[in-house]
Design a protein around this ligand. Structure first.
Ligand code: ADP
Length: 284
């Protein structure tokens, strides 16, 4: 299950005075089982790019292959793509509308044409996958939950469609640090335990450093960097040029290296930093 994007260009309101080139000749491959972060400042084209991956937007130029099938070709049904590629929008909890959590999560699978029994099975599985106990939450109103839990319900609604690829647009936006870490933890679990391919859109370097295997950096409608977190966080100048910063801890390690501490140049999480600093302490 892969997504291959070839020479993708997207222009909003083409041939009008408001024309805006949102993506310009983008080439990206997402491989099966990867956890990829898509990062870039506001307006760099992240949302436009992901909406092409499940057929919501059509390219002006270029092709998108999902599992080897060109989804820009005529005759491809959107429901077939959505079974494979699930998209969780920004502030997805605003789209919750049913009176109980169970009904809300069942909506997606039922919409795919599944009967009540199958949709319920998927609902239970999805709630388990995102860490919501079925019996505790099934009859609660989604509107009685905390911000982080509401968002989990919204994510479960897409997970219940059992896509192979799960795309999330800024899933931690607006949450407090605890809610943010819980959501990131659940996404990491979905990836590790269920081998789900995850594409996480974010503008937080700290968030993506914790979970992603690979980072794609977007700027002005182009993909300007593509690599592992180790590779990407070494590119401090390029990142700063496109309005991004490396994680705070990476700056601290860089500063300590500059004043003479023997530290590697690819530290980007607190855990790695702690390990390296303890090594230095043990030596002295
Ligand atoms: P990001 O997700 O990185 O913030 P977007 O993909 O939303 O970026 O936007 C890329 C560019 O396209 C921006 O300049 C934005 O203003 C423009 N854009 C996005 N959506 C629309 C739209 N519906 N109509 C016109 N311009 C849009």
């Amino acid at each position: 299950m892969s997504i291959k994007i070839e020479n993708l260009t997207h222009i909003y309101m083409a041939k009008t005075p408001f024309e805006k080139v949102a993506l310009s000749n983008v080439n990206v491959n997402i491989n099966d089982g990867e956890f990829v972060a898509l990062i870039g400042h506001t307006g760099s084209g992240k949302s436009t790019l992901i909406q092409h991956m499940n057929g919501l937007l059509k390219p002006n130029q270029g092709k998108i292959f999902v599992d080897g099938v060109d989804i820009t070709a005529s005759g491809v049904k959107l429901t077939d793509i959505r079974k494979k590629v699930g998209l969780v929008f920004q502030y997805a909890e605003y789209q919750l509308f049913e009176e109980t959590i169970e009904k809300d999560i069942m909506f997606g699978p039922k919409n795919l044409g599944l009967n009540d029994e199958e949709a319920l099975e998927r609902t239970k599985r999805a709630m388990d996958m995102v860490g919501l106990d079925y019996e505790t939450y099934r009859n609660k109103s989604p509107f009685d939950l905390s911000g982080g839990q509401k968002r989990r319900v919204a994510i479960a609604g897409v997970v219940a469609m059992e896509p192979r690829v799960l795309i999330l647009d800024e899933p931690t936006a607006g949450l407090d640090p605890k809610g943010r870490d819980e959501i990131l933890g659940e996404l990491y679990k979905l990836h590790k335990s269920y081998n789900m391919t995850i594409i996480l859109v974010s503008h937080s370097m700290e968030d993506v450093a914790k979970v992603a295997d690979r980072i794609l950096v977007m700027d002005e409608g182009k993909c300007v960097l593509d690599g592992t977190p180790q590779e990407i966080f070494k590119e401090v100048d390029t990142l700063e040029n496109v309005g991004l910063a490396v994680p705070q801890v990476t700056y601290l390690m860089r500063e300590l290296r500059r004043v003479g501490f023997e530290l590697p140049d690819d530290i980007f999480t607190l855990e790695q930093a702690k390990k390296e600093l303890l090594k230095i302490l043990a030596k002295n």
